[in-house]
Design a protein around this ligand. Structure first.
Ligand SMILES: [Zn+2]
Length: 331
């Protein structure tokens, strides 16, 4: 469990929650060293910026229940980081992406494929999620990457902006039946401001679907700052259901449903292996020799005695999807 953090005492050092601005936080230990620092091909400027995060720590806001990395990069450093990231194409199988499959089921139960609805995917990249949906639905995207924008236009998706902050709200406010945000929340330096902005885009009676890592998952409780989701310097904020409920209350949205899901859908065996690997990482970190002995005696897990570095437990249900509904004006 975290401890009240003296380093966050404003008289010693200003450590303010990026969600609500509170100066009261709990400390959950040192974060794992960002992968950008050890990556051989990372440009020097990226290594210089992420060096500031080598000793970063995981904090939890006492007031809004948001987890966040501290210190946070300045907005200038974040902009430089994104400008200098090598253009990457993520390898994925759309059928295995946990958030897309959950969201597709939610939308299928809510809207007929023949219905005429408009959907905006924020951070749509190449449009792989939108391509899973009915061709009758009108599709829109916000996407910073020029490569992604090109692919989206080829698929007849309307690219309305490169960043949510570059939107003309007079043109887009209240326009979309559905707004989706997958694996973007954790990149947001001011998450409540961005959620506020996205909620303005939703029609009365429409929904906003957000999926990101769930910092209340048991693997976070065991591993704190060593959980795999902290591997990247680009990951800044980590949600919890109480945080989302609090934001909804303040913004006039309603939490319609929430579901836990994996980043990548895996077999029961894969989940079991990753659960044991997580328990092993915790036992090693906290020097629990008896537990380590037990793990090594499980057939097939002896290899863990040589394991170094992070375990990417991407098939555990450590992600959270929340569906927010905008009340109709009559409510
Ligand atoms: Zn807060």
């Amino acid at each position: 469990m975290g401890q009240q953090d003296r380093a966050c005492n404003p008289s010693r050092r200003s450590c303010l929650c990026p969600g609500c601005g509170s100066d009261r936080s709990l400390d959950f230990g040192r974060c794992t060293v960002p992968v950008e620092l050890s990556h051989a091909d990372a440009p020097t400027i990226i290594k210089q910026i992420t060096e500031a995060l080598r000793e970063s720590r995981l904090k939890k806001c006492h007031d809004c229940q948001l987890f966040f990395r501290w210190p946070q990069l300045s907005s200038d450093d974040l902009a430089t980081l994104y400008q200098n990231l090598p253009a990457a194409f993520w390898e994925y199988n759309a059928k295995e992406v946990g958030s897309w499959n959950r969201a597709r089921s939610i939308l299928a139960s809510r809207y007929a494929t023949s219905e005429s609805i408009s959907i905006l995917d924020v951070g749509a990249f190449d449009g792989a999620f939108l391509s899973l949906l009915s061709d009758r639905w009108e599709k829109f995207a916000i996407e910073p990457s020029p490569v992604g924008q090109g692919k989206l236009r080829e698929s007849n998706v309307h690219v309305i902006a490169d960043f949510a902050t570059n939107l003309d709200l007079t043109e887009h406010a209240g326009r979309y039946d559905v707004v989706t945000l997958f694996d973007v929340f954790e990149h947001l330096p001011r998450p409540c401001q961005t959620l506020d902005q996205l909620s303005l885009l939703v029609k009365p009676g429409g929904i906003l679907i957000v999926s990101t890592g769930n910092a209340e998952h048991w693997s976070w409780r065991l591993l704190g700052g060593q959980q795999w989701y902290l591997h990247s310097a680009q990951h800044l904020c980590f949600a919890t259901l109480p945080f989302f409920r609090r934001w909804a209350e303040s913004s006039g949205m309603q939490v319609q449903s929430s579901v836990r899901h994996p980043h990548q859908i895996g077999s029961l065996r894969r989940r079991f292996v990753q659960s044991v690997e997580t328990i092993h990482a915790w036992a090693k970190r906290t020097n629990r020799k008896r537990m380590l002995g037990l793990v090594y005696r499980i057939p097939g897990f002896r290899y863990l005695s040589h394991k170094q570095g992070l375990t990417f437990t991407t098939s555990l249900h450590d992600h959270l999807m929340v569906v927010f509904q905008k009340p109709t004006t009559n409510n």
